[in-house]
Ligand binder design. Structure first.
Ligand code: SF4
Length: 174
């Protein structure tokens, strides 16, 4: 994945291309799939086949370089001593309920000291503001202060609904 991203991503960032076609052998995929399980959290997309894996990787690189937006965008801090909640667990929880909102940018930041300044161009922010407290942002503006963390994801969904960017997840029946 690093090889794909550095080789193709750099060219796309320089504007040299509109799309990418990646190739991978089944043997390499099987090797990758084995190590993938040991580094969970590095890739959030499920793939059952080599084709799905390279397809997911290609769309991720296109999204990261802003060449083509095809899914929700997440911005999160790397976490540090100031982080006020389990960043990985919370990010996974938010991702699970919002990953169908194509093009919406959601920031998940560990603290209110530096988080808001590091949210870049996020549309919405979920920021730790005290032990067990979350402050929600729309852009750079605070909209819900010190929400208890147990209900903060629900409140984030309500905020997305209030701003007309929420759509219900489609459940496939077959
Ligand atoms: S936003 Fe706060 S918690 Fe996250 S890395 Fe920066 S200082 Fe640490």
């Amino acid at each position: 994945m690093i090889h794909y991203a550095t080789e193709a991503g750099a060219l796309l960032l320089d504007g040299l291309g509109d799309g990418i076609c990646l190739g991978m052998t089944l043997e390499s995929y099987k090797l990758q799939a084995t190590s993938y399980k040991q580094v969970s959290g590095r890739n959030y997309l499920q793939s059952q086949t080599v084709e799905q894996f390279i397809n997911n990787t290609a769309f991720s690189i296109l999204q990261a370089t802003r060449t083509r937006i095809s899914k929700t965008e997440y911005i999160s801090c790397p976490s540090c001593g100031r982080t006020l909640f389990d960043l990985q667990e919370t990010t996974a929880k938010i991702r699970a309920v919002t990953n169908h909102l194509k093009g919406v940018k959601i920031a998940i930041m560990g603290c209110i000291v530096n988080g808001p300044g590091e949210m870049a161009d996020a549309d919405f922010g979920y920021v730790g503001s005290g032990p067990g407290k979350i402050t929600l942002y729309k852009g750079k503006e605070i909209v819900k202060r010190n929400v208890p963390s147990e209900i903060a994801v629900e409140e984030l969904i309500n905020l997305l609904k209030e701003n007309n960017v929420w759509i219900e997840q489609q459940v496939l029946t077959h």
